[in-house]
Design a binder for this molecule. Structure first.
Ligand SMILES: [Zn+2]
Length: 272
């Protein structure tokens, strides 16, 4: 058995571990700087990632972990420390998460307000094209088309990444980052991101071996790779992402970089 964990933190009956409690527990167990936050993602109830310089181990937990009993806290700490080798801890943690996430799925979250009409692009109109080209017959009465919306225009804080789109299986809503709602972002690229998120609605995340959720499974990948714009969309994203991140952070207009020699940008400039 590895060093025992400072479980006394949570031993007071009825006491709920706060993020500070979690930090204290994890710092003591992992012996490195840890920052804990609570979120609401049910598909990824535990996310851990090293960030920044000097590195801090950032752990994002589903808010249900604020009510986690002692043995679950213990198991999570063990799992973060030694991974899947902590078999007993994994099993206990898995069972608790399954049970809690089912409980969480009880009352549906209220549907978000949808704002499909942007200043440059109307997602409703783009979706009609995307559906006709890529999803014929898939969405209908049995499987309704997800709600479509532009995200809120809040300044992004990230310097390194940007989530261009998302699909929320709980609310069945596809959300695109408003940085894409600009004239210098080609229409075909917005359509491609939309198609990617609609594929998430078609092939929702599923559990793979172990605890991992598979978001981009084999069928998803195959259908995405078959998209006629797949290559140039990857190229365009690689080339333009720094500019998009800057635009999202500063709230300034996005100016597309003119690349040379990239598949996506040769002879297709007119195709917007
Ligand atoms: Zn995806």
């Amino acid at each position: 058995m590895a060093a025992s964990l400072p479980l006394q933190l949570f031993e007071e009956p009825g006491a709920c571990p706060t993020t500070a409690d979690w930090e204290e527990l994890l710092i003591e167990t992992l012996r490195r700087p840890v920052q804990v936050s609570f979120g609401t993602s049910r598909t990824a109830p535990v996310r851990a990632q090293e960030r920044g310089q000097p590195p801090v181990f950032c752990v994002r937990l589903h808010e249900a972990f604020a009510e986690a009993p002692m043995d679950v806290c213990d198991s999570l700490a063990r799992w973060l420390l030694v991974g899947r080798r902590a078999r007993k801890a994994c099993k206990l943690l898995d069972d608790w998460i399954d049970q809690r996430m089912q409980h969480e799925s009880g009352p549906p979250r209220s549907a978000p307000t949808l704002r499909p009409e942007g200043t440059t692009y109307d997602l409703g109109a783009l979706a009609q094209e995307v559906l006709a080209q890529r999803f014929e017959g898939h969405f209908g009465e049995e499987c309704p088309l997800p709600g479509l919306t532009w995200g809120r225009r809040a300044r992004s804080r990230s310097r390194h990444s940007l989530r261009l789109g998302s699909y929320d299986p709980t609310t069945h809503v596809v959300r695109l980052h408003p940085v894409l709602d600009q004239p210098e972002v080609p229409r075909w690229f917005v359509c491609f991101v939309l198609a990617h998120e609609l594929l998430h609605a078609k092939w929702p995340p599923k559990r793979g071996r172990g605890r991992r959720w598979i978001h981009h499974g084999a069928q998803f990948r195959a259908e995405e790779a078959a998209h006629p714009d797949y290559g140039r969309a990857c190229d365009w994203e690689t080339l333009q992402l720094p500019g998009l991140i800057r635009s999202a952070r500063r709230g300034t207009a996005f100016r597309a970089k003119r690349g040379r020699g990239l598949r996506g940008l040769i002879g297709r400039q007119g195709d917007r």
